[in-house]
Design a protein. Sequence first.
Length: 736
Amino acid sequence: MEEILEFTQVERDEVGAIRAHLKEVLTPSIQPDDEAMLEDSLRQAIDKGRVYRDVFGLNPILTSLQTAQIAVDEIGLRRDGVVATLLYGCMSEDDFEAETTKNKFGENVTHIVHGLLKIQKLYEKNPVIESENFRNLLLSFAEDMRVILIMIADRVNIMRQIRDTANEEAKHDVSEEASYLYAPLAHKLGLYTLKSELEDLSLKYLEHDAYYMIKDKLNETKRERDTYIDQFINPVKLHLEQAGLKFHIKGRTKSIHSIWQKMKKQKCSFEGIYDLFAIRIIIDSPEDKEKQQCWQAYSIVTDMYQPNPKRLRDWLSVPKSNGYESLHITVLGPGKKWVEVQIRTERMDDIAEHGLAAHWRYKGIKSSGQLDEWLVNIRTALEAGDNLQVMDQFKMSLAPEEVYIFTPKGDLFKFPSDATILDFAYRIHSKVGNTCIGGKINGKAVSMRHQLHSGDTVEVITQSSQTPKHDWLNIVKTTKAKSKIRLALKETQVKDGLYAKEMLERRFRNRKIDYDESTMGHLIKKLGFKEVSDFYKQVADGKLEVNDVIDQYLSMQDHLQNATKDHESRSAENFAFESPTEVLTKETDDILTIDENLKGIDYELAKCCKPIYGDKIFGFVTVSGGIKIHRTNCPNAPDMRRRFGYRIVKARWSGKSSTQFAITLRIIGNDDIGIVSNITNIIAKEENVLMRSININSNDGLFSGNLIVQLEDTTKLQQLMKKLRGVKGVKQVERI
């Protein structure tokens, strides 16, 4: 038999007082059997030994009641939130029976308790709580706004109760969570009073000396500060009254946590912080005259005291996303001291002080449906009644756009909602992704296609023999994973291509056949491949039989040689030839460096001078913003430099690539029989040089014409031109 929880007399008295208070406040919304059924549920939990004191020695039943009181008095929750809080305090996930809870207390209560228990389960994964991802995971798990509010109220209550605990380690952990997690959540929800309390108590427990140093300093300067505030306020009151405004003014000392943060940021002592307090002018104004009267008060204050225009914060015209409205100004008060003044109305002050609860007293704010926007733009479809009953009908209807995933070590990663195990594997490391064969979700084996869900603990299963496949691009959803897969496929293709090429060349040597790159290029194009790498990949994969490739190569070689012989006895008169194939080029190589060190910039090669690798070049920024690359001796270069010198940028070739460039050669010579054949034979024998077209006209025994060839660089060009000039009968060869 488990040990029964015993109540001290002090605890019994406090439980009775809180019960009476909650009963009084909740009477309009509470149902007849609620109290009896709640008491029965709590009693059963105690009798079965399911309720025991926590690490701080606190009574969980009393703690739940204290949390419920904070949720009611300081946030504005009502019946469903209170019942769920009390049930959650004496229940674990194993004890939770959704159907029973629903029959007793209704669907809303069941929904809230389920959300609280789900979040309790998250903590068992030992997450890194000081991350934005964990904060967002909590929100996506909560499902109902009230779950988050109860968690904040619970943390405020715990922080109030653990002042004298002997468990310093647990106190430290709870305080860090309050600072990193719950205070920011309270801030986003507009619960500024609770947010400040969480921050101050965290500082008190985590940095004891700093907290009490500031607290003592504030106490020492309180009288002086109060005197100065009166000195500042009294003349302002007089002028506001003369203007006919209804208002009240109060001085507000900044929180200890806020002062400490400023001291650290400004690296100064307490005495170096001048804005220790702010003056708040709160106007009792009809809603239709709020802005007018706030700006009227602004005008009065700035007429009396010199304002600092750089410190004006106008959240009146455009409120903060969490609904905060106010006008903040900093003015030079008596004694030449800068003083912050906040101007707002009673309604604005109510929202600023009480955050979410106050929204239900006024018109709701529409939400866009995004997680963060939903959080900070608390939406409601109705204008609430006096007792905030609409709060109990509010649900978070939000389709998750992101999921938050745990690693086995408790680290959190964020993914799109449709991401898969394979996305997760590539997020860990490229090598993990490339060898992924599946994974485990919460210990259960799944395929790499399995979609991730918030809160999952994911493990990747790898196998050294695994390699990326092209269809993996359809499995992954993240850009990062897609790019890593493409890179891996490209690397594999390069390796396969080198292997296939070596194998082909070895077979050629075995059969004593000369291997010619130009002939192979024609064959690859004839076979329908746009990329040489695709051809070699099919050879490597065995989809193309090597012997068949060699046979087709020999046929192509015969065809090209016969095509040359057809023209051997012809003169150059009106000769024209167009290559039946397009030359394979690789346009994606990044071989240019623009403006000293910029790579990856889109550019075009100018058609007027057709630069190729090895030419001296420069870049010219066009009207559309693109860059065209010209040769430095381009016919248009002098005019561009003279008229548009400011649009010239440096450019240089940064590395050799597989790209081939088209250039035009002008040839002049004697029209001898066989001249065309001699020229084309030289080009055919040149490695990595392909002829695109040749057009020659003959007149009075002389020929002239243009020859377009495809080659790699200026070195290859000079070699070709030298050989062409050596052809008998050729008088001039020049590049145009």
